[in-house]
Design a protein around this ligand. Sequence first.
Ligand code: BTN
Length: 320
Amino acid sequence: MSVIMRRNALTLHIIRLLASGDYLSGECIGQQLGISRVAVNKHIQKIRGWGLDVLAIQNKGYRLAYPLDLIDEQRLAQQLDTPFYYCPIIDSTNQYLLDHIKQLMSGSICIAEYQTAARGRRGRRWYSPFASNLYYSMYWQLSQGPMAAMGLSLVIGMVLAQTLHALGETEVKVKWPNDLYLQGKKLAGILVELSGATADIAHVVLGIGINLNMHNIDPDIVTQDWAKLDQLAIDRTSLVILLSQKLQQALVVFEQQGLKPFIEQWQALDNFYNCPVKLLMADKEIKGIAKGINQQGALLLEQDGIITAYLGGEISLRAN
Ligand code: BTN
């Protein structure tokens, strides 16, 4: 057990006791864990700090404002055909895989209930309330080298969108290069990180955060309009299993054939296809009409009838 898990074992135990959404008295929790009611209360404060609403009613005890859909580790062990690391609490699922790359097989995944230091693109933080959303990372050894990582992140976005479509969420769109959108708001983000790449091989960790049941946001961290999928047809464990299968299949195709087989699919999923957009770069802003992507995964922008390709991690796309 990791240090962070050991340090938080009692708090995690209390969350499991409360997960059903039923009332439990402080005394009853204390008895089960062998701690005082005052100590129980301290853990409850900590749980609130992890983004969960805990109600406290005199003579009844504590209950969560809504039941939790915890990841079922046993079911993952039975149904995933890839190594996985289930870490209820972790700094960042991406960081966990990056720290263990030497021991990992391509396709290994890490899933968490709560991340204490989750990161987004461009050094931003990623809000990760306990058991509310999906926090998922996969390690992939990319034989085409680091240059292929850009295309890879587009493929991941398409796979996520198509998987959610198959579950009935047909309004989900992709936004170049790394986001999923729902009704014009950010639903999910993708963070692709590379480690120790040589010219011909890249060790890639692809991190995915999907908003599912987020109730309260931290406005210091979540600064964009956001959407969530709180009526998803399947539970989070099934989503992990399904996504892992779909990602593996697509990544094998991508390794063999590159972005080519995916380009046509992009257009139908693109939130901004044929729409007026602006590209934000370090020192300038360019306006035009979005025209999809090219074979390298660059964004195509039309200005005065001329189409120009834009590529690079430091470009942000916005509606104009
Ligand atoms: C973005 O900025 O849009 C990308 C967000 C990526 C968040 C996910 S959550 C799982 C994985 N672990 C992290 O620390 N970040 C990614």
